[in-house]
Design a protein around this ligand. Structure first.
Ligand code: ZN
Length: 357
């Protein structure tokens, strides 16, 4: 509308058109360097160089001029357009450079700062002792036999010479499941039956490490879960002398070559005869102290010759085969070694305790 009316109403002479171009350039560049964001630059470029911008509107008047003048003004207009495009582009780059510099300053990483330390894990003290014990038995020719933690009443008690109503069952207050025949093992001994039934009549030398469970009141001395390492040797002509020699050799490897041992008579339903092995107190050297309660000896394991009934239940003829078995508690040994007063520390998940090992 403005175009038609403007071009016909009044003709704009060359000098006026040139003055207008000069004025457009002046206004377009005025304060351009002060613009601080890219949107403002884009807006100004649109105002002057856009399709309906000032430059294009000025060029509408070219038709008013004769041909030679038209070319001259047209050339002039192109020069102005070129300078404006260049100036806008330069300002855009300047703003981008400043933004980048700002980002770099804000997100600067100080590589000279020390890194955050990574907490280093380690083997749980109970497992460390367990592995140490397993290593010693492995050196002495005993294989490791892993057995299930969920057992039947038959394997946990019956086949180990503890029929229902046997008074020894009272020692093992038990976690039963909803099925009265299925329970959490109270000791690693049911593994003896499993391994004998698998290997009979071949000779056996194994240790059976693992977790056991008892439904007991938790105190400084007793926990509802604890590790045991059971051992079993079955063959022909195995005697109590073999038991004593083997267990003494083990004690010397674990506690030191000079350690003295003694065997005291005891009773377990699945061994006959049965004994408990003590070592000379390594804290006081046998003189008597708080750790050994003044006796000079520390009880470390229970043992005995495998009961003929248990051998038979495992598939061995007790008139031809004999064997010995033993069991110890790695947590108890760790407590003795490090003078830990309370067994609850082992499963308390307290890092202040665990980090000491
Ligand atoms: Zn002592």
């Amino acid at each position: 509308m403005a175009k038609g009316q403007g071009s016909q109403a009044e003709k704009m002479p060359k000098a006026a058109q040139e003055a207008r171009l000069t004025e457009i350039e002046r206004v377009a560049l005025d304060g351009l360097g002060d613009l601080r964001d890219l949107e403002a630059v884009a807006e100004r470029a649109q105002t002057f160089l856009g399709r309906n911008g000032e430059m294009n509107r000025a060029l509408e008047h070219l038709v008013d001029l004769p041909r030679e003048e038209r070319a001259e003004v047209g050339r002039r207009a192109n020069e102005v357009k070129g300078r404006l495009e260049h100036a806008f582009a330069a300002q855009r780059e300047a703003i981008e450079a400043r933004l980048l510099e700002g980002h770099l300053r804000e997100e600067a990483v100080d590589v000279s700062l020390p890194g955050r330390p990574i907490g280093r894990g380690r083997v749980h003290p109970a497992n460390r002792t367990l592995r140490q014990i397993a290593d010693i038995w492995a050196e002495m020719g005993f294989a490791i036999y892993l057995s299930r933690e969920v057992e039947t009443d038959e394997f946990n008690f019956g086949l180990l010479n503890m029929p229902p109503h046997h008074p020894a069952r009272d020692q093992w207050d038990t976690f039963y499941t909803t099925d009265p025949q299925v329970l959490l093992r109270t000791h690693t001994s049911p593994g003896q039956i499993h391994v004998m039934r698998q290997r009979a009549p071949a000779p056996i030398r194994v240790v059976l490490p693992g977790m056991c469970y008892r439904y007991e009141q938790v105190t400084a001395r007793s926990e509802i879960q604890f590790n045991q390492v059971e051992g079993l040797a079955v063959g022909q002509r195995i005697t109590f002398a073999d038991l004593k020699g083997t267990l003494t050799a083990f004690a010397r490897r674990l506690f030191g070559a000079q350690v003295a041992t003694r065997f005291r008579a005891a009773h377990f339903p699945f061994t006959e005869p049965s004994a408990e092995m003590d070592i000379e107190c390594f804290v006081c050297g046998g003189v008597g102290c708080v750790v050994c309660k003044g006796t000079g000896w520390l009880e470390v394991l229970g043992c005995g010759m495998v009961h003929p009934t248990v051998l038979a239940n495992g598939g061995y003829d007790p008139t031809r085969f004999s064997g010995f078995a033993f069991g110890m508690g790695p947590e108890r040994l760790t407590m003795l070694k490090h003078r830990i007063e309370d067994i609850r520390y082992f499963w308390g998940n307290d890092l202040r305790f665990l980090e000491q090992f």
